[in-house]
Design a protein around this ligand. Structure first.
Ligand SMILES: C[S@@+](CC[C@H](N)C(=O)[O-])C[C@H]1O[C@@H](n2cnc3c(N)ncnc32)[C@H](O)[C@@H]1O
Length: 337
């Protein structure tokens, strides 16, 4: 947490039981989120000749705001506190809405309490406090509440980071992304445009991979199509990979299909990063979907700068970057933080 100006003094060892208990690789997930939030806080909003736009940030799976690795005893900011920091740095933040929900009511209350306390303790960003709303609802209700608060004619960034694919059904992604602003003329291009929420999605690809045959309904829910509809498309994509000599292609096919769905909702293809587990293998996939030209190009550039990741082409434009070719360990991570 160095350099982040968060106050952790009030955090007790009991509180740590309610932090996200993660492996060190999960830092890479937070790094992906942080990179884009940072671009937002420092660049995106400043690229227009017009007065700075307000921004709304939403984190619909906020948990306690903290993450913890029991092996290294390292503690770091989760998505909600990263969002709070970026929101605090951006001069015209309008709303920071955090949804912290857990089925276990004791855990839920405790996480909300830690989150609230952590926001109140943001040393350098006191104005964040008055602009933050913390809610606690299951994702369907939380989405409706959040959309009711959204200023849809101005930019917004949504972080969707569930544990499990069935906690983020496609209908949620579609509902958020189709809540657009009134049409306006983009002065740079002369074209009619509409503001559209920008999304950072954590797709739990490893769970989906394991369950394509055992529990196909998981993928149906994540991609918003019946198995009858997606299975033939899946087979078609799979054939393409097998013909190229890539037999183990389940993850590629899942990603291609998910990215296809997203790119139909946005003018740009998603930027995708795979995150490896410490013990090897990709655990989950981070996706950024946005129509925002400045944000999109800066994020691609940033990803390019982030060294030795593997890139493969998805369609003509999109790229998939593996954060680390090797299993991330502490020494590997040093160059990141
Ligand atoms: C992966 S954790 C979020 C971690 C957090 N984004 C971070 O970076 O620290 C997922 C959170 O979503 C919550 N959750 C699970 N199912 C949910 C649902 N149906 N609706 C809303 N939240 C849910 C979990 O209790 C957990 O707090």
């Amino acid at each position: 947490m160095e350099n982040q100006k968060f106050s952790i003094e009030d955090i007790s060892s009991e509180d740590i039981n309610y932090f996200e208990n993660l492996g060190i690789h999960q830092k890479l997930k937070h790094k992906f989120i942080e990179i884009y939030l940072d671009i937002w806080a420092k660049n995106v909003g400043y690229n227009s000749k017009r007065p700075l736009a307000t921004v709304d940030f939403f984190d619909l799976y906020a948990a306690s705001g903290w993450a913890y690795d029991q092996h290294t005893e390292d503690t770091w900011a989760g998505s909600a506190l990263l969002a709070a920091k970026a929101f605090g740095e951006y001069p015209k933040g309008r709303l920071l809405l955090l949804n912290s929900y857990d089925q276990d009511s004791v855990k839920c209350q405790k996480q909300i309490e830690i989150l609230r306390r952590s926001i109140l303790n943001l040393e350098n960003y006191p104005h964040v406090i008055e602009k933050t709303k913390i809610i606690s609802s299951e994702i369907h209700k939380a989405t409706d509440i959040a959309l009711g608060e959204l200023n849809r004619n101005f930019p917004s960034l949504w972080i969707l980071d569930p544990y499990h694919p069935d906690q983020l059904p496609w209908e949620i992604v579609e509902k958020i992304s189709s809540t657009v602003g009134d049409p306006y003329e983009n002065r740079a291009t002369g074209q009619i445009a509409q503001k559209k929420p920008e999304l950072i999605i954590n797709l739990m690809t490893s769970i989906l991979q394991r369950n394509m045959d055992r529990k196909p309904e998981l993928f149906s829910s994540a991609i918003g199509m019946s198995e009858e509809k997606w299975r033939p498309i899946y087979k078609k994509y799979e054939r393409k990979y097998i013909e190229q000599g890539n037999e183990k292609c389940t993850r590629h096919v899942i990603l291609d299909m998910y990215a296809d769905r997203l790119s139909k909702l946005y003018n740009k293809e998603p930027i995708i990063a795979l995150v490896n587990a410490a013990e090897g293998g990709v655990v989950y996939t981070m996706l950024l979907v946005t129509d925002n030209d400045a944000g999109y190009h800066m994020m691609r550039k940033k990803m390019d700068e982030w060294h030795n990741y593997k890139v493969y082409k998805w369609k003509s434009e999109a790229e998939v970057s593996v954060f680390k070719k090797h299993n991330p360990d502490q020494s590997d991570l040093k160059q990141w933080f």
